[in-house]
Design a protein around this ligand. Structure first.
Ligand code: INI
Length: 163
């Protein structure tokens, strides 16, 4: 007999986060952008049923610090998912490579090691305009997308773990 886990997944953004507890780790660097991502994530969680009291928001200096903070939240066992938000903008600094790559790799390692979904809601863009386009208050917003991803992954993993 096959089990259709796909039935639990949706492709139209309809996810249900009722009862889920979520930690959000947000980078302060480029906070013009990251506050927009945070607003999007909080709105997305609320729209999909996650209670404000079940959301913990924490700020870190920049994207480089996100993996450690996210992993620490995941290890507590108090959160079903962690959403990592940040903005790494290439501009004309070579620092980009040293921040964006380790941030992505660190987040992936942290979620694989802890078994807790940690969503990569970190924008990596060439310039500020691109970052603004991906953090629209009423349109395309990586934070809002990350909220849906977190809920979908929690739901999927629960179904897989309980058979
Ligand atoms: N941090 C970011 O979140 N985005 C950036 O674009 C960025 N740049 O370009 O330097 C950045 N640097 C800071 C870094 O994340 C650390 O906070 C810092 O190096 C201290 O560890």
């Amino acid at each position: 007999m096959s089990t259709n886990f796909k039935a639990a997944q949706t492709f139209d953004g309809q996810v249900d986060g009722t009862g889920m507890r979520v930690a959000v780790v947000c980078g302060r660097f480029n906070d013009l952008i990251t506050t927009r991502l945070l607003d999007g994530a909080l709105a997305g969680l609320a729209i999909h049923g996650v209670k404000e009291a079940d959301v913990a928001v924490s700020w870190v200096p920049g994207a480089f610090e996100i993996p450690l903070a996210a992993k620490t939240f995941a290890q507590t066992g108090r959160y079903d998912a962690v959403i990592a938000l940040g903005a790494v903008i290439r501009g004309d600094t070579a620092h980009f490579e040293y921040v964006a790559g380790p941030c992505a790799v660190g987040i992936q390692e942290a979620q694989l090691e802890t078994g807790v979904p940690i969503v990569f809601g970190v924008l990596t863009t060439e310039n500020l305009d691109q970052a603004l386009e991906r953090s629209e208050p009423e349109g395309d917003n990586k934070g809002e997308e990350s909220a849906r991803t977190a809920i979908e992954m929690v739901d999927l993993l629960r179904r897989v773990r309980t058979g």
